[in-house]
Design a protein around this ligand. Structure first.
Ligand SMILES: C[S@@+](CC[C@H](N)C(=O)[O-])C[C@H]1O[C@@H](n2cnc3c(N)ncnc32)[C@H](O)[C@@H]1O
Length: 336
């Protein structure tokens, strides 16, 4: 006999209603170090419980949910990482994206007020609180940079391939943080000279990171604010995960400013979690709502809007291509 709870629509509604649970299980697994521990080999539930310091009452549900989510596997009473967890959730691995899960608990708290935000439109944050150029807690800044690099590391090789860099001599990564993407571009195209433009407080972390990557000679740093200071000149200006922090008017102003700084014949390259023009993609719509919650005026935006801002600034639209991690790269050139 079919009951109401067996119908696909009801199953879907029940699963959606419980998705806070899967999100929280993933965050706690990262926080407790489950994936790092299991990268050393399979363990039984009592062994995991003891090593992770978790209580017997929730431990089986916790671990078996991770199995059901495809993050762990269970064979003969022993748990081990799935290939996905082993490749992407073990700290130190090249494909590590778990830093994103570490910021997630904060996001989780911020989302708890969604209904209030939907009514008011903003949480009333101070823009300076988010990205002010005052000294910040160095540990917090470092963690923020690590999280950004965990995400942009998967994108960087595609930025290095996404333009015909043989046509250019220089680029500026605007809001380029500690130079992670700039280093990947230089790595693939050693003839280029790169500049990272970012708030002054990031300079020590930039120097440390590009030195570690062996790119300190090829990448310079200019500190300042892209709202009040001139942008450094270059053949290509990159805006990666920057425009989504600001209002549509500020994005338009930044691209107009970029047009002045780009050499004739050069280009602007923008990447963000852009929304498809039909506004159907759930993943990036959720990311956009997250930006609305987390910033005073930011959000994601459609590919068409990005094209419109670039064209209004004087650029000629070249291409929009999807990148891994649900980002889109828009490239537009400045006539020679
Ligand atoms: C979300 S991060 C993106 C970092 C990097 N481009 C990436 O793709 O991961 C935004 C960057 O913009 C920088 N930023 C914020 N406000 C700025 C301003 N007014 N002037 C220059 N850089 C700024 C931040 O310090 C941060 O490094």
């Amino acid at each position: 006999m079919t009951t109401v709870s067996d119908t696909p629509d009801v199953v879907k509604i029940l699963q959606l209603s419980a998705s806070h649970g899967t999100s929280k299980v993933m965050q706690s697994a990262a926080e407790l170090g489950v994936f790092a521990l299991l990268s050393g080999g399979a363990l039984t539930e009592p062994e995991l419980r003891e090593r992770l310091g978790i209580h017997a009452r929730p431990s089986r549900e916790f671990l078996d949910i991770l199995v059901a989510l495809g993050m762990l596997e269970r064979h003969g009473g022993r748990y081990r990482n799935s290939a996905a967890a082993e490749n992407h959730l073990v700290p130190g691995r090249a494909g590590y994206v778990g830093a994103f899960l570490q910021v997630a608990p904060r996001l989780y708290d911020e989302w708890s007020d969604l209904t209030a935000l939907l009514r008011k439109g903003t949480k009333g944050q101070d823009p300076e609180e988010l990205f002010g150029d005052q000294p910040k807690d160095p540990a917090i800044l470092r963690h923020f940079m690590e999280c950004m690099d965990a995400i942009n590391s998967t994108i960087a090789p595609h930025i290095a391939q996404g333009l015909d860099w043989s046509r250019y001599q220089s680029f500026v990564d605007v809001g380029g943080a500690r130079g992670n993407v700039a280093a990947a571009v230089i790595d693939a195209h050693p003839h280029l000279r790169g500049t990272v433009f970012d708030v002054r407080s990031t300079e020590p972390l930039f120097s440390e990171h590009v030195t570690r990557l062996g790119k300190a000679e090829q990448i310079g740093f200019v500190g300042g604010s892209f709202f009040t200071d001139p942008l450094p000149r270059g053949d290509v200006l990159i805006f990666g995960h920057v425009l989504h922090d600001w209002s549509p008017e500020q994005r338009q102003d930044l691209l107009a400013k970029a047009y002045e700084a780009v050499s004739p014949g050069g280009a602007v390259a923008v990447y963000d979690r852009m929304i498809d023009d039909e506004r159907t993609d759930l993943t990036n719509l959720l990311v956009s709502l997250n930006m609305i919650i987390m910033t005073p005026a930011g959000s994601e935006y459609t590919i068409g809007e990005c094209r419109h801002w670039a064209e209004s600034a004087g650029f000629v639209f070249d291409s929009a291509r999807p990148l891994p991690s649900f980002d889109v790269l828009v490239v537009a050139s400045k006539p020679a």
